[in-house]
Design a protein around this ligand. Structure first.
Ligand SMILES: *Cc1c(COP(=O)(O)O)cnc(C)c1O
Length: 408
């Protein structure tokens, strides 16, 4: 079958036209930290399939969990029925987060919609406060709290609710910022249902890291003004930043938390919205219920992924990746065309002055045997935790891409 030609004729890829402007590459296998392309090339995966595949691909334990569950049932409706994989997962997530009430959604964006719906239903208010530079998903409720400039607001401006945006939290602790934040929250508190942010790391909104003191202040401000704090941990959850959750950097607990991406170790689409006892009691009947809610296959593999995470020395692995990224990217800062280089946990970012030529950078890093997907002004990596010595290939490819920036 001529997969690539049929792909060009029929298939939408993320944020692309049909056919896409930058060609796609056909993958035939993925195992460990490597992707195998149809032409036989093997690439070290620097993306974890967008934060998700923390244990790498084709993991025997995760494969087995799916197979075992498949023998019992692939799916049953969650209205009026329940099953062990979903209940066990909810219990474990509640224990891990300290948030006892769990809504299992089918994707991250839906988990964010559910979080917003919880806040609206509980408070009867319909306005949110967030910070610039965020990303919370592509559905309408989520889009409305994405960064208004680099998000998609301009395409849908008439259709999006208008929320309150505070400036992007700075990388270092900043007293002037904290004062401005307090003033903004105070000014709008009477109309707000909740504050929603990605804790410590802003992902697809610009791969920006901010100081935990700003998150701690948001928690205090929410408490002072009787507002809910929603932590979107869809990208930051499960160890990526060096702590189990981004909120752990600030030592805070949100009222509502969204999880997704790495929840199933990258196997199946599953997300969760968790909340406190108080929020759940105040809402009562929550008006949401996706068809594939609590999918047993996804819940079972999520359980197995949590087992693996509990067994693997992920703190040491992530700290090792952090050291390897810092060392491996040390020659990049100061190169022409490079604006900033930053590393946190198992995340490494080169921010460029001009938008990157995605096709050119992708070809270049693939020539180094590495898979990366740059966007905007960012060449970045968040490899699977077991990347080991292959990380050097990733940082060498990124360094080569940065060196090539100035050249035509
Ligand atoms: C990816 C992401 C989402 C959206 O998740 P999908 O599964 O793609 O819908 C929401 N919030 C954050 C922080 C994300 O990184």
């Amino acid at each position: 079958m001529d997969v690539l030609n049929l792909d060009r004729d029929h298939v939408w890829h993320p944020y692309a036209a049909v056919p896409p402007a930058v060609p796609v590459h056909r993958v035939v296998r993925a195992a460990g930290v490597r992707l195998t392309l149809a032409d036989g090339r093997e690439l070290v995966d620097g993306m974890s399939s967008w934060w998700a595949a923390i244990h790498g691909y084709n993991h025997p334990r995760l494969n087995q969990a799916v197979r075992d569950q498949l023998g019992d049932m692939a799916h049953v409706m969650f209205g009026g029925l329940t099953h062990e994989p979903a209940v066990r997962l909810a219990h474990r997530l509640a224990e891990a987060t300290g948030l006892p009430k769990v809504f299992l959604a089918d994707s991250g964006s839906v988990a964010v919609e559910v979080a917003i719906k919880m806040a609206f239903q509980l408070t009867g208010r319909h306005r949110l406060l967030t910070v610039r530079g965020g990303y919370h998903g592509d559905t309408f409720g989520a889009m409305a709290v994405c960064d208004p400039v680099n998000g998609m607001h301009h395409l849908f401006s008439g259709a999006l609710p208008q929320h309150v945006f505070a400036p992007r939290p700075p990388a270092g602790p900043d007293g002037a910022y904290l004062a401005e934040l307090a003033e903004t929250v105070a000014r709008h508190a009477h109309e707000l249902a909740a504050i929603i942010v990605e804790p410590v790391v802003q992902g697809a909104g610009g791969m920006h890291f901010y100081h935990p003191v700003h998150l701690r202040r948001l928690r205090e401000l929410a408490d002072e003004h009787g507002l809910l704090l929603i932590a979107d941990e869809i990208a930051t959850g499960f160890g990526r930043t060096g702590e189990l959750f981004g909120c752990d950097h600030a030592g805070i607990r949100p009222d509502i938390m969204c999880l997704g991406k790495a929840l199933t170790g990258g196997y199946l689409s599953l997300a969760a919205t968790l909340c406190t006892e108080r929020v759940a009691a105040g809402i009562g009947v929550l008006m949401h219920g996706p068809t594939f809610m609590g999918n047993p296959l996804a819940a079972a593999v999520a359980g197995a992924s949590l087992d693996l995470l509990a067994e693997r020395p992920w703190r040491e692995e992530v700290a090792g990746i952090e050291a390897g990224l810092t060392e491996g990217l040390s020659g990049v800062a100061g190169l022409p065309g490079v604006k900033d280089v930053r590393v946190l946990g198992a995340i490494g970012v080169i921010e460029t002055v001009e938008p990157v030529d995605v096709r050119r950078v992708q070809d270049l890093v693939m020539g180094h045997g590495v898979w990366l997907r740059p966007f905007g002004r960012l060449i970045y990596t968040m490899p699977p935790y077991g990347v080991g010595d292959d990380l050097e290939r990733v940082t060498a490819a990124m360094t080569a891409a940065a060196r090539a920036l100035g050249t035509a």
